[in-house]
Design a protein around this ligand. Sequence first.
Ligand SMILES: O=C(NC/C=C/[C@H]1O[C@@H](n2cnc3cncnc32)[C@H](O)[C@@H]1O)c1cc([N+](=O)[O-])cc(O)c1O
Ligand SMILES: [Mg+2]
Length: 214
Amino acid sequence: SGTTRPVRILKYVQRCANSGDVLSVISAIDAYCSKVEWAMNVGDEKGAILDAVVLETRPRYVLELGTYCGYSTLRIAHLLAPGARLITLEMNPHYAQVAIEMFRHAGLDAQVELLVGSSSALIPQLRKKLDIEKFDLVFIDHWKVSYLPDTKLLEECGLLKAGSVLLADNVTCPGAPDYLQYVRNSPRYQSQYFPARLEYLQVEDGVEKSVFLG
Ligand SMILES: O=C(NC/C=C/[C@H]1O[C@@H](n2cnc3cncnc32)[C@H](O)[C@@H]1O)c1cc([N+](=O)[O-])cc(O)c1O
Ligand SMILES: [Mg+2]
């Protein structure tokens, strides 16, 4: 049909999830993507690991690289304390529009700041644009070849402080080998791997939590 996959997911959510109920939006996306058509959301198994890291970190400033339909953005936003700020970067304007509609349905559009553009162009502007000094948590889930260059860019732009947590999706499948090698061998990171299945499939994946040591 003429629609895109994100639009089909959004229409299902708007039809089946209770508006203003973020948990019903999250489970509606998981229901659609496990029963009707696969999509690259972090999913409920790796999503539970993301939830645990958000709760443990209690971040005030969060950055997400790669919004897509906004599934992980919602999981994070749902667990943030009042006054915390969640910035998500999405280079595809169509996906960004879908995500904004998704946030609206969940009633969290006021809690999320979505910037349309590429991370490589936006990251150097964040301090000036958003008046944010450092990020406490960064969720990395965009093109896998961009994980390492964007991590180095975050360091160079002074957006990480001692204790900042990077959480990277898909370090096993599709994989981000150069990123893994870097965070696991650099003395500036304390890294830990959490095995899990790839979203909606019986394939092995995992997320990597890396604490920046300053
Ligand atoms: O490829 C995957 N994710 C790429 C995600 C890409 C999303 O991030 C945006 N983006 C990319 N560079 C960007 C730079 N700046 C801003 N947005 C950007 C893209 O416009 C898209 O919305 C993937 C693939 C599988 N898989 O099984 O194949 C499983 C997963 O969980 C995945 O995350
Ligand atoms: Mg992913």
